[in-house]
Unconditional design. Structure first.
Length: 332
């Protein structure tokens, strides 16, 4: 199953890629390309299952990147053991003759957000491995209360993740502040912000803002791009310092051009040439950049080629595209 941006249905990602990426490159949300349908007897099948088993049953229809064994392991870590104070995890209680209540407060922080935030960190950690991503992910959170504690508890000591939560000083309840500031875990951090929640949220957003220089670099790369065999190729022969962020953003943006299946951005970095590549899934950019000593995964890859010119790398890339496109044609 693929996931697509709500703003661009051509931006297709696997489940693992969508989980690791979060928002789409164009700012849209990643949603299933097709929503799976449960069979007529699905409810009867799940009736006698545990909560963990039901979670695996439903998620298996949406997350086909993951095996049933993997999902079962995640569900056991998220909802098993002492995580929730009742074995049913989310029990349904009868209030009166025709009224029932689904209880979502039995998790480690007593917030309904525990239901998602106990599972998400395990999916994210596994997605990094599947995408062959070597970096550690840092989660930044602005909270007005219960989200912060739920996120801290969910990501506590999860491999290859770190989390930092910002909350407004004097803007959360005493128990919420105490919950966050006493959070255990070697990868967690909490900061109070002088001001209200909007101040905390604005501060986090500023951390992700582009500088004017980065924006100019990206615009220059995109405006000078050419299309070759369905691939957008942008180059920058001048050394503007660290252009990795601008190149990666330009590669993402070039995928929104009609008819473009993949994008390659080449930029000067000292005596070397960096390459950032993206694909909608029809072109395996990982295989292409492996020929240049790079790596990544099917729809996103990078390379750093030493002691060459941008022009030399561009010519080599065009030859590689000729070969790969010819191989694809022959296979079809």
């Amino acid at each position: 199953m693929y996931y697509v941006s709500t703003r661009n249905a051509r931006d297709r990602r696997t489940a693992a890629e969508a989980i690791a990426q979060g928002l789409a490159a164009d700012g849209g949300l990643m949603t299933p390309e097709v929503f799976p349908k449960l069979s007529h007897n699905a409810l009867d099948t799940m009736r006698d299952m545990s909560y963990q088993q039901r979670a695996v049953y439903v998620m298996g229809s949406y997350l086909d990147d993951f095996t049933s064994s993997e999902l079962s392991s995640f569900a056991a870590k998220a909802y098993g053991g002492s995580k929730f104070d009742v074995k049913e995890v989310a029990p349904v209680r009868q209030v009166d003759g025709n009224t029932y209540c689904l209880e979502l407060w039995h998790g480690p922080t007593c917030a309904f957000k525990d239901m998602a935030l106990q599972m998400l960190p395990h999916l994210l950690s596994a997605s990094l491995v599947k995408n062959q991503e070597e970096k550690t992910v840092c989660i930044l959170v602005a909270t007005s209360g219960d989200t912060g504690k739920a996120a801290l508890e969910g990501f506590r000591d999860v491999d290859r993740t770190r989390i930092l939560v910002f909350y407004p000083k004097d803007g959360v309840s005493a128990i919420q502040e105490l919950q966050m500031n006493t959070q255990e875990g070697g990868n967690v951090g909490v900061c109070s912000v002088v001001g209200n929640f909007d101040d905390a949220q604005t501060g986090v957003k500023k951390l992700f803002s582009d500088s004017l220089e980065t924006y100019k670099q990206k615009a220059q790369l995109v405006s000078g791009a050419e299309i070759y065999k369905g691939c957008a190729i942008a180059t920058s022969s001048q050394d503007h310092g660290d252009q990795r962020i601008a190149a990666a953003q330009a590669a993402d943006e070039l995928l929104s051009i009609l008819g473009v299946k993949a994008s390659f951005v080449l930029y000067r970095s000292g005596n070397d040439v960096g390459v950032s590549a993206r694909s909608l899934g029809d072109v395996n950019v990982q295989v292409i950049l492996e020929e240049f000593g790079g790596g990544g995964h099917f729809t996103g890859a990078g390379a750093q080629i030493k002691n060459v010119s941008v022009a030399d790398v561009r010519r080599a890339l065009l030859r590689e595209l000729d070969d790969k496109m010819e191989e694809t044609t022959d296979q079809n």
